[in-house]
Design a protein around this ligand. Sequence first.
Ligand code: KIV
Ligand code: ZN
Length: 505
Amino acid sequence: MGKRISFFDTTLRDGEQSPGCSMNKREKLLLAKQLERLGVDVIEAGFAAASPGDFESVQIIANEIKDSTVAVLARTVKGDIEKAWEAVKGAAKPRIHTFIATSDIHMKYKLKMEAEEVINKAEEMVKYAASLCPEVEFSAEDATRSSTDFLAKIFDKVIMAGAKIINIPDTVGYTTPKEFYDFIMEIRSKSKYLDTVQISVHCHNDLGLGVANTIAAAEAGATQFECTINGIGERAGNAALEELVMIMNVRRDIYGYEFNIDTKEIMNTSNLLTSITGIGVQPNKAIVGANAFAHESGIHQHGVLSNRETYEIMTPESIGLNENKMILGKHSGRHAFKDRVQSLGFELNEEEIENAFTEFKLLADQKKQIFDNDIEAIITKKISDKDNRYRLNRFVINSGNTITTTASVVLNIDEKDIEGISFAGGPVDAAFRAIEQCFDMDIVLEDYSLQSITEGADALGYATVKLRYDGEIYSGRGISINVVEASINAYIDAINKIDIIRKEG
Ligand code: KIV
Ligand code: ZN
């Protein structure tokens, strides 16, 4: 077998740390199953010691996922490692991923520890983790601002203590490709044991170099890429999985690595994440952006019509983009619907299929053509709606250009109907104010957007609302053919997110 790259996906851990990307347990499991289908080698399911909710999500994912390794993050702290192991031990292939910072600035100001203490702590905790779990990964946080002598020393110690994967993160997205290449080569030359284990990299995107730095690291011998779907993650995010995969796929002529990703699942995975978080990608985003395969200028269109390869270095089909997206209509039956749902990668039980089919029929009555994106939106919404405490019962909006808008919104909260009434500028504003009257929470509306999911005047409206509550951002999404209803649903969805995520702890 030739050289092989392992894809380590951290969408559920580093990705979830992006503002507005919090997911509840059900959503995390749904995404984890899709990541397994995509073929990622490792799913980092969370940081078990962060909260009881994170612990439980890791545990649920660990118990369900069979093909991918399930990793759990832990500081080099005994309590963290114990919780990590407790959460991940049910996995078919468990991994504890433990980290400590190694740069002078982090050691002095954050850890308040001397360099020798950091080495001893790392060694001791890796040994402890390895006594519990068959696979331990060690990360030197802020590695790219650390000394190579120090890194070589700490890596040798933790490898001797049992670490099988050594991760070299560019935590603050500071390095550049050539510098990162030289940096890794230098550590390799100074370390006695680094070449006996797998080298991993984890590149943040603060200077827009996350993907380029990861590729440079591969040239320096790294064979595990840590990355996220759509590049989400702390601050400017992490290296985007779909970009790394397609670089390795399209430029096999240069790199020649084997890997386990099914590229045809890329689009499904990206869309699923967008539907769960309500955070989409910019239209010109490489690989998964709406314009990634669109040809606008006449010269380009002419070229593509004569031969696609004039302007396309990869086909839309290779990432699972189906050109013929129109698939079902109001005459489609349960069987065709179920088939389509399965081919989109969803595993639903009979009751879930039945609920989604009812929703599909309602939509098909209002909309001529139902596209894949419509079906994905219906299903992800249905799955994550299950535990909701707040539901929309009914609303009436009276609006026009010569009258004051009035809104009445009736929410069902804990089986009781509560009505909010408001008079405000526009229909959406009025509806939001009416919703706010239904409960007593100190919420600030941070952002609101509305898009259509597919083409045509009868397209489903897809609304996203971001609410700030207690210092955190929660996003909600709503879909409906009626854009005011989509907006109301998005607001209520965000309130439910606050409720569920806080209950999960
Ligand atoms: O960015 C970083 O350094 C991390 C580590 C915990 C791997 O996310
Ligand atoms: Zn990170």
